[in-house]
Design a protein around this ligand. Structure first.
Ligand SMILES: *[C@@H]1O[C@H](CO)[C@@H](O)[C@H](O)[C@H]1NC(C)=O
Ligand SMILES: *[C@@H]1O[C@H](CO)[C@@H](O)[C@H](O)[C@H]1NC(C)=O
Length: 228
């Protein structure tokens, strides 16, 4: 019979610890650490406030569909630590996403979380792209679930003629979002045109056109802003 000795197990233990640390937010060191969102102190997360009650663990922000009459025809409503301070250090959060017919949640990544979605209503074409540039895509409908692995670029599109909605769960209290079009073409200060012309093999005119289309406009927000 093969006997494992501690030195032989060390690489596996180290790997386990490593995976434990990259798989989600860091582990908590106390029962709760209700976020003091008003604190000026910056830590990895938020400092804990002393007095709290059930309201800190609750929200109704994702109870109802949000307006989808924006450029992309979709709206992400987050129930993360910024809305539910009790989530601080717990490593989970939810969002609700509503889609108008034809609506798109454009290609984006969450640097800090894997996402698992549940379709509340409608039907969506969803997909993520692996680091080997393989598209993993499927049409999912009401009641079905799909997973977007952490960090990979993904999207959801409502090709139907009725609205769609999903609930998304994340293994992070604040997954963070980088929407590819806005990140590259609508950031501040702007990415230089010559970076984008070379990267996308297009001309300056086309870059300027995309930039102007994606620029946030007063009263016509491209996408809701998510505070990181
Ligand atoms: C929790 O405390 C806040 C004040 O800090 C108060 O406004 C709120 O009503 C309380 N909620 C509950 C459920 O007790
Ligand atoms: C979206 O619709 C609401 C009401 O239905 C309206 O108040 C708002 O101005 C509209 N927004 C845009 C960007 O059209």
């Amino acid at each position: 019979m093969m006997m494992w000795r501690v030195p032989e197990l060390l690489p596996f233990l180290a790997l386990g610890l490593f995976l434990g640390h990259v798989a989600a937010d860091p582990d908590m060191l106390q029962d709760v650490c209700v976020a003091d969102l008003s604190s000026a102190v910056k830590v990895n997360g938020f400092p804990c406030k002393v007095a709290f009650n059930a309201s800190d663990f609750s929200t109704d922000v994702i109870a109802k569909p949000g307006p989808t009459n924006n450029t992309m025809g979709s709206l992400v409503t987050a129930a993360n630590v910024l809305k539910v301070p009790g989530l601080n250090t717990l490593g989970v959060s939810l969002s609700r996403i509503d889609y108008a017919p034809g609506g798109l949640n454009p290609p984006h990544t969450h640097p800090r979380a894997t996402e698992i979605v549940f379709i509340l209503e409608g039907e969506l074409e969803v997909g993520f792209i692996s680091t080997a540039n393989v598209l993993v895509s499927k049409t999912i409908k009401q009641g079905e679930v799909f997973v977007f692995p952490r960090g990979l670029v993904h999207f959801q599109k409502n090709n139907g003629n009725v609205p769609a909605a999903i609930i998304a769960a994340f293994n992070s209290q604040l997954p963070g979002t980088q929407s590819i079009p806005a990140t590259l073409f609508a950031c501040t200060p702007a990415v230089p045109d010559n970076v984008l012309t070379k990267a996308f093999q297009i001309g300056t005119k086309e870059v300027e056109k995309i930039k102007s289309r994606l620029a946030p406009k007063k009263g016509r927000e491209l996408r809701p802003i998510e505070i990181q």
